[in-house]
Design a protein around this ligand. Sequence first.
Ligand code: NAI
Length: 410
Amino acid sequence: MTKLSLSKEKIKVVLLEGIHTNAYKQFAEDGYSNIQLVDGTPDDDTLIDMVQDAHIIGIRSRTQLKDDILASCEKLMAVGVFCIGTNQVDLDTCKSRGIPVFNAPFSNTRSVAELVLAEMIMLMRGIPEKNAKAHRGEWQKSAAHSHEVRGKVLGIVGFGHIGSQLSILAEALGMRVLYYDIENKLPLGNSESVHSLEELLARVDVLSLHVPATEQTRYMIGQEQLSLMKSGSYLVNASRGNVVDIDALVAHLREGHLLGAAVDVYPSEPATNQDEFTSALRQFDNVILTPHIGGSTQEAQLNIANEVSDKLIKYSNNGSTSTAVNFPEVSLPELHQDLSRIMHIHINQPGMLEKINHTISSHNINIAAMYLQTSGEVGYVIMDVNCDSSHPIIAQLKDITGTIRVRVIH
Ligand code: NAI
């Protein structure tokens, strides 16, 4: 087993916001014992008290790790964001302090795909409207506009993790899948790629959006695009709030051109569960409105806990930074038992590597393996060498101008 220059018992891990207990379990099973699990989101002063001597911090979406908080965390080595988005963390500050940030972008893929599938079935049977009416005492027993999904055409915009997973599930129900993506994506099963969004819009019975928020996808479904959709078709958006022009959607629902929609994400969403949800879509019985919970399942929480803690432990134990959102990415092999691994994080400027190499060779130390990756203004060099963490070379490497941080495992 590798030993860290700072032992696992001394590495303080603070997991905030009620992160799934599996994260705690993963750290504990790997030998970490200084782990604090905190429920909820503390105010800034309490947060600083909790994390100022932490080496690893785990948060979900509410805790803001901005400049001022990060400035007080001198020992901080890595941050785990146990959700998808990372806006709550000042990624640039972390990067410039040599702190990689890890998240779990795809742990809830299945959860979103399942919800969308269920919504398509509900929409095509007219259930949202019948359900709303039944709650008000109205009895709408009718087969009008009520269809099986079998044999219907599903159009997917964005054939990435969620879009492609949805495609597989929908085909299993007998749907025909067409998709449009700006990247060349291989079809899965019997799905078929179409060449333009316009072509897709005109051919589908239900359209589901699975694109990221980019300049290109901003309001990509507006008045013009909705007009191209078949009369009596449906729209599902569980991607990002700004992908659909809500006013245009409202107009098409009002005219009855679209028979229904399911929306999980909105241009503006309440900040807390106590705030009111306002949307022009609230007026429609035939629209399923969900509070951005496409990916919110217990299974996704478990996957997220496992994925992020695994990445944090890997980084702490062997220096790997694969899939870090703000940092040079390096995937490292296990360290050979006779060697030490020196991880040197520095400002990416000319001559750094030469100075590092010179320091090492001046001690006649052999480098068994060397890995280097840079990302913008930060460079990350990893060297497997035959010396240990008490060797004077470590202090000398720390002294090289431009060094941000040096870690050693052996
Ligand atoms: P992904 O990155 O795996 O796939 C996105 C796909 O969209 C890629 O294949 C990409 O090439 C394609 N794409 C990008 N720009 C495009 C354009 N202009 N036109 C057509 N295709 C385009 O992402 P993933 O994981 O499938 O997520 C999709 C969306 O779902 C994201 O916006 C994500 O934020 C959202 N999401 C929503 C959740 C919820 O709770 N409702 C939970 C998880 C993700």
